[in-house]
Design a protein around this ligand. Sequence first.
Ligand code: SAM
Length: 349
Amino acid sequence: MNTVATQPATQALFERSIDVLACPYCGGGLRYDGERIHCLGCDKSFNVDSGIPQLFAPHDPAQQKGDVTEIVKAFYEENPFPNYDDIDSEATLMEKATRGVFARLLGEQIPQGALVLEVGCGTGQLTNFLGMHYNRRVFGSDMCLHSLRLANGFRERCRIKNAGFTQMNLFRPAFKPGVFDLVVSNGVLHHTADPRGAFESIARLVKPNGVIIIGLYNKIGRLTTDFKRFLFRVSADKLSFLDAHMRNKNYNQDRKRAWFYDQYKHPHESKHTYSEVIEWFESNGFEYLFSIPKIEAGAFSNDEQLFVKHDKGTRFTRFLTELEMLLQGGVDGALYIMIGRKQGGSRSA
Ligand SMILES: C[S@@+](CC[C@H](N)C(=O)[O-])C[C@H]1O[C@@H](n2cnc3c(N)ncnc32)[C@H](O)[C@@H]1O
């Protein structure tokens, strides 16, 4: 189990944890000389931009056919997501995160000393929230530098010592395989050309007995968003008030714009079923633990156990859960969360 309490807290997280970083080109170990990061295995060296290691490697040219990485990267450089509200501070971030049940439960249930990676952290709200814990290390990674600068700016203003941000392409990870107790990727894989390949790439970073959490657009639940997208297109966006987020008085204009573009103007998205993800889990050595919305009958309670194995249901009960998402109006873009544990080794989360 990793511990952070004894590490010098003034050092940036990537310096304290250089042993888990890896060259995105050759997988070799890295060394930091106080200015740049150097690969110990090949001749590559990497810039560190205002405390953010730039470890982004473009897609492998041999697999570039149909790739959308550069298109999606350009989209988020212009529209960082989800962005911050003017009043955001350590206290408001904490307050908002604990109001959202998933982040609160996650914050409470991650074991002491865990090493956590968020893949596609955007503007870093979850990473910063989780990094406020004294005995944990949380890396946020994303390919969009604009988002990472907002994330790291917030982290610095609020002096969040156990969070740190790294630029990275999830298809070419800048971390060693099998080092994380928890890998979280919420709302990201469906913006790649190969979501299953993306899952496999980040699943390799999880330790045996560690946990993976992924959030994806649901194939059935998101039909509501498809319909709204059509309405907005034909009305030249005049009907955008039909989306509840666009009426939210607590959002500033930047956040509203970030939401609207992410949901309705995105250059690339795909949608997935619960059963599909369970198949990804099982063919990559993960057992299903839990999902939000739940597959089992019964209301979601305030003390759900995210890391305890629950019944994965049948294709039919999973379909009913998806139908319910649709009937409830595809809330929050019909994003659903699936949690799985990597098999083998001794339990850490
Ligand atoms: C919808 S945002 C989600 C942000 C955050 N996870 C959240 O829930 O608010 C998707 C993020 O995935 C990132 N992303 C997409 N493809 C990626 C890739 N190949 N490598 C790294 N990040 C990627 C984008 O830059 C963007 O910030």
